[in-house]
Design a protein around this ligand. Structure first.
Ligand code: ADP
Ligand code: MG
Length: 224
């Protein structure tokens, strides 16, 4: 499902290049649920964005859901993401003027399904995460936990094989966060989805099948 080899990404800061992310090798099998951990600033968000094809690595092999993203242009990567990858952003990125239902449906614009089915599916997802009575609320009228659940529904609307989540439970109390994670993992298991979730919460990481520490993925060269 995922195969990375010799991947690195730097940002230039004036004359200096800052290494944001380096992965010697990473493999994730289809159906695996992986927690991605590491201190703040170690490149977790950068790595998720490379996996999603939002960012392009400077070097290395990036194979995700059957495509070599490092060999595709931006438009092709966007299309691939719309069809195969669901992303829950660290900051959720919901569109404020639109309702919860509309935000979830927005995700379907980039997918492969028919529009008519999308509405039924969006409503079913929102019901499943306990937002049956909040579908027509805008993000500002929802709690942080509810916004996170809407973002998860939007990530799932195209029935992606791979779900990427960037600390999706970071702003919730443990009970609520645990419930959302339970729900997410239940949906993922039932539908045999592969999940990579960035988290700094050890209890959340423990719920996943495997934990990968970004610090251990760096090649010798990058570590020095
Ligand atoms: N757009 C950017 N421009 C310059 N540096 C960046 C940018 N985005 C991230 N970085 C730097 O790259 C490193 C990794 O960032 P990030 O992937 O957000 O880490 P994490 O998610 O693990 O906290 C950090 O040192 C950060 O300052
Ligand atoms: Mg981050």
């Amino acid at each position: 499902m995922i195969h990375l080899q010799g991947v690195s990404k730097s940002y230039s800061r004036g004359e200096h290049a800052v290494l944001a992310c380096a992965v010697d090798r990473l493999d994730v099998e289809a159906g695996e649920q992986v927690a991605l951990v590491g201190r703040s600033g170690t490149g977790k968000t950068t790595l998720l964005h490379i996996l999603a094809g939002i960012l392009c690595a400077d070097a290395g092999e990036v194979a995700v859901v059957g495509e070599r993203l490092d060999q595709l242009g931006e438009a092709a990567r966007d299309r691939h993401r719309g069809r195969h990858i669901g992303m829950v952003y660290q900051t959720f990125n919901l569109l404020q003027p639109f309702t919860a239902l509309e935000n979830v449906l927005m995700g379907a614009l980039f997918g492969r399904g028919a529009a008519g089915d999308a509405r039924d599916r969006a409503e079913a997802l929102l019901r499943e995460v306990g937002l049956a009575d909040r579908m027509h609320h805008r993000p500002a009228e929802l709690s942080v936990g509810q916004v996170q659940r809407v973002a998860i529904c939007r990530a799932l609307i195209n029935d992606p094989e791979l779900v990427l989540m960037d600390e999706p439970l970071g702003n919730q109390d443990r009970a609520t966060g645990g419930q959302v994670l339970d729900l997410m993992l239940k949906i993922a298991s039932e539908q045999k989805k592969t999940v990579v979730m960035v988290t700094h919460d050890p209890a959340s990481a423990e719920r996943m099948q495997r934990t990968v520490d970004l610090a251990t993925l760096r090649g010798q060269e990058a570590a020095t």
